[in-house]
Design a protein around this ligand. Structure first.
Ligand SMILES: [Zn+2]
Length: 465
């Protein structure tokens, strides 16, 4: 019996050959492009509210990168990754409109993701509310303004995609994944409330999903990899991509000519630990780059396609905005951000007579045939969404990214709203958009929309004749 099994196994290997990237059917075109986004002048930095000065130099460059794909049917997908704090809605809208006009690229074919590095510049677009999470620091002589950077950024990204699409070449795609351990839940119950403190027993998603792009010659051209963890290892005055920047750099140094792109996962309540030194950011980056190498040693799942994608907005409600009296009490706060928050919404109440009751949350689903489903959630999505969607969505591989398309604030789960603390409640004082916390219905509304988009993309079974 044993001999028979061995013979069958050998025959299978002889017929099918060893499963490697070289055996994947080439059905794709892929293009990659990179642009440096490091400001050429000092700027106020985004992410940590306590900074008192503009930037002083850089530890790493900050990059924007585009991975452009087209399947055998001509369906395209453009993924833009940014070593920046945010993807403001206005930036997504501006890039989307330009790509539609220039390349006839539909809305659902664009996915934008930011690493949420806390060592990048603060920038804005247009004259609407400040994008999240920006602090609106005053102009400083000799420093580039947030408005100028935002305008230049949008133009650079449009040009980036132009170059990415122009570099299309036949390619093969496959999916692999591994694990990496430095992300830890950062919500700890102490003295009756949840503090930002390492919690080794809290929920995590330490998956490292990798989309691998090979040329038809079998040579690696690009890797898009993910991890669910805040880029907050360092808190200093130098521009730096934090662990995600170092991971991309280290992987590219080990693979000359290959582009590595980082896509942030649902790391809204996850921090890298230990943290607070530049050496640790480099170490975490090295560790994550090593995890990507480990993923590449696992059995690849070929992705023959086709590509299917959907994009929609779902209205999320606020939990009954605070009253005028609540805001007036906050107006007296010694915390300048809380006072600013109260002033903004009191002004809005006086001007409009009411406050917004809901917010349009962008949700995106991309299917690589029936082999890989990529979910793009907006906002600072917490880990509960990734864990839940990976369980609930059909299909052999599910990749859930947060920080996509419109990073407008934290997106807590129903559980986090019940528990309270920074992400669901007190962080709101940094927002110029949300008048108060989300209603607990947000989790079910987001999950239901993702199911609806995912089910709608699946090809209908053909009826038997
Ligand atoms: Zn954050």
């Amino acid at each position: 019996m044993k001999t028979k099994c061995t013979i069958i196994t050998l025959l299978t290997l002889l017929v099918a050959g060893p499963l490697s990237a070289a055996t994947i059917t080439p059905a794709w075109k892929a293009g990659v492009a990179t642009v440096i986004l490091t400001p050429d002048q000092p700027m106020w930095m985004a992410g940590f509210a306590a900074r008192t000065n503009v930037s002083q130099g850089k530890s790493t460059e900050l990059y924007g990168k585009a991975l452009c794909l087209e399947d055998a049917q001509g369906t395209r997908l453009v993924i833009i990754t940014l070593d920046l704090i945010s993807v403001p809605r206005a930036l997504r809208n501006g890039v989307e409109a330009a790509l539609r006009k220039e390349h006839n690229l539909p809305r659902e074919a664009l996915l934008m993701n930011c690493s949420h590095t806390h060592s990048g510049p603060e920038f804005t677009l247009g004259d609407g509310p400040l994008p999240w999470p920006m602090f609106g620091n005053p102009a400083r002589a000799g420093a580039k303004s947030a408005e100028d950077y935002g305008r230049e950024l949008q133009e650079k990204l449009i040009e980036l995609v132009r170059r990415g699409l122009a570099s299309f070449a036949p390619a093969k795609l496959s999916y692999q994944h591994a694990r990496c351990g430095f992300a830890m839940n950062r919500r700890t119950l102490r003295g009756g409330s949840y503090d930002n403190f390492p919690n080794p027993d809290g929920f995590v998603d330490q998956d490292v999903p990798v989309l691998r792009v090979d040329g038809v010659d079998g040579k690696l051209r690009a890797v898009l990899f993910g991890y669910a963890c805040h880029n907050t290892t360092v808190d200093f005055y130098q521009f730096c991509g934090d662990y995600a920047g170092y991971a991309q750099r280290d992987f590219e140094l080990s693979h000359p000519g290959v582009t590595a792109l980082f896509m942030m996962g649902c790391g809204g309540d996850q921090n890298p630990y230990p943290r607070n030194t530049s050496e640790l950011a480099q170490l975490h980056g090295r560790t994550l780059a090593t995890a990507v190498e480990a993923a590449l040693q696992t059995r690849p799942r070929p992705l023959p396609g086709p590509l299917r994608s959907a994009y929609a907005e779902v209205e999320l409600n606020y939990d009954g905005p605070p009253s005028r009296t609540d805001y007036e009490a906050k107006l007296k706060s010694s915390d300048k951000y809380e006072a600013r928050y109260a002033r903004r919404f009191l002004d809005q109440l006086s001007r409009d007579g009411k406050l917004p009751g809901n917010y349009p949350f962008p949700a995106q689903v991309v299917q690589f045939g029936d082999d890989l489903t990529l979910v793009g959630l907006a906002g600072e999505t917490v880990v509960d969404y990734a864990l839940r969607l990976k369980k609930e969505l059909a299909g052999p591989a599910v990749w859930v990214a947060g920080y996509c398309n419109d990073v407008m604030g934290y997106i807590p789960s129903r559980r986090l709203l019940r528990e309270g603390g920074y992400e669901p409640c007190s962080s709101m004082i940094f927002s110029e958009v949300h008048p108060g916390p989300w209603a607990p219905s947000l989790e079910e509304r987001i999950i239901a929309k993702i199911h609806e988009l995912n089910d709608g993309l699946r090809p209908r079974p053909t009826a038997n004749k």
